[in-house]
Design a protein around this ligand. Sequence first.
Ligand code: ACO
Length: 424
Amino acid sequence: MAITAEIRVGADKLDLPVIVGSEGEVGIDIGTLRDKTGAITLDPGYGNTGAGESAITFLDGELGILRYRGYPIEQLAGSASFLEVSWLLLKGELPTAAELANLIAAERANRAVPDHVQAVLAACPQNTHPMAMLASCIVTLSSSHSDEDDAIAGLPANQLRLMAQLPVIAAYIYRRSQGLPLVPPDSERDYAANFLHMMFAGTGKQSDDVAIANAMDLLFILHADHEQNCSTSTVRLVGSSQADYFASVAAGVCALWGPLHGGANQAVVEMLDEIVHRGGKVDWVVAQAKDKASGFRLMGFGHRVYKNFDPRAKLIKVQADVVLDKLGKDDEQLDLAIGLEHAALADEYFVQRKLYPNVDFYSGIIYRAMGFPQEMFTVLFAIGRLPGWTAHWNEHNAGKARIGRPRQIYTGRNARDFVPLQAR
Ligand code: ACO
């Protein structure tokens, strides 16, 4: 039976069309609401607002389901590479063997970043946050990669180049911040292995272990897309003004930076450090998180959409064991995190609000064990999220997209006459 929606605003009654998605999600199309009734909807935080239709990622927060283009994240994480998943997100289908071989070769051949990126990095003060440097480098790439119509290996040239160069830029950011000599990309190594090599070669940290590179690749897959999250919505919104691709992605990087979004992985590790510093007891953190007056939140817990376990958190938790085991590390933080998870999940406050560990809860522990400093954690998230941002930018711009421009309910002063300076 077709679903219908009826809305009354004062004396006006309006029948509204209802859109049903391929997984049965229901959206009321309010496109005529203001014209017909003069009213708008009000939804701060957009918890009830669909920004549009999308065929890229499906997630069911109640059941803890995440699928890219229909494929469950658990299957992709177990069987595909990050480049394969990137192609899937961008093109809609898994690559054939020939398509994947072309993509791998093209990614390896396009890693060299333009010279001016070095100048941008050199101009940043030493203590600049890596996310600020990342956004700055990306936005300046628009000056050197302007051939928007070209394609490389079946992908828009700009997009393929950014995918190839983002890990290189990230490694440069890190090595500069440490005063280390830059390591050039190695075209014999695949995406994640080359990144670890460029980051850590000559530092005494693990730079060429296959299991660690596989874990890095998996972490990129788990971060690759998450439908209309804050940074992806930002990329779509900026792109809707027909700003160029690099500007849109740089805006996404800035949105990701915040501690309520991608910056949470850094905040989790800082929180765990603080617990260790205070003697290793988790009870006070749980108590503080429950106390609204403290303004403190349990970092890595809760999600706008997931009201059940974040499926990515489950996969990352398993990976944390693999990586720590491989590196021979007995991480006090991992034990603490597990203890904190148990304490929170047994607490009525978290149970009632359906607050579960999210993707950021365990990822920082792995990154730290691998040797990444905390400030780089969100950069790793950005590398993983790039194919998702790009797929959404393409989808939005390919459709009949209007410029994104929310309305508001004005609550300020009514009209009044200007008061000359001498009369105030
Ligand atoms: N610790 C304590 N209380 C929390 C937490 C938390 N981490 N998260 C939500 N709550 C509480 C809220 O205070 C609120 O309580 P109330 O109903 O008594 O007022 C209730 O749970 C609902 O919270 P909202 O703020 O409405 O949830 P929202 O969907 O707006 O926020 C968010 C989601 C930002 C992720 C939130 O859970 C949070 O701040 N978590 C910590 C930061 C974090 O881990 N961010 C990473 C998210 S995943 C990602 O972006 C990759």
